[in-house]
Write a protein that binds this ligand. Structure first.
Ligand code: FES
Length: 117
């Protein structure tokens, strides 16, 4: 049985209309231990709600990088952060999402998927 009766209810729950960023997080197990990833997910979920950040968040099964995780990928910027911890997650949410300034020293790769080179 579906969780929502209509697609509109699902879109509302996903907070699509107010979103400016979509954050994907790989919790492991091949890039990092799942327990580590789960702690970061908890931080991401709780802090993004507490700060009322304009984000959608999604657990990614695997980005196929499979080392150096847990990985966080933020679109539309296409910014990849590795070796996430709850502390790093908090700073990324406050500075990258809250202020629009990526945390440069932790950016591992930037690759927006907009066709720009
Ligand atoms: S398990 Fe995280 S990138 Fe593959």
């Amino acid at each position: 049985m579906a969780k929502f009766e209509t697609v509109e209810e699902g879109f509302a729950a996903a907070k699509i209309d107010g979103a400016r960023y979509h954050i994907f997080l790989c919790l492991g197990p091949d890039c990092a231990p799942m327990k580590k990833g789960e702690k970061v997910w908890k931080c991401l979920k709780e802090l993004s709600a507490e700060l009322k950040l304009p984000v959608m968040r999604t657990k990614a099964g695997c980005f196929r990088v499979c080392t150096g995780g847990p990985w966080m990928l933020i679109y539309p910027d296409g910014v990849w952060y590795g070796e996430l911890t709850p502390d790093r997650c908090e700073r990324i949410l406050r500075e990258h999402i809250g202020e629009g300034k990526p945390v440069a020293e932790w950016v591992v790769k930037t690759h927006p998927l907009c066709g720009a080179s």
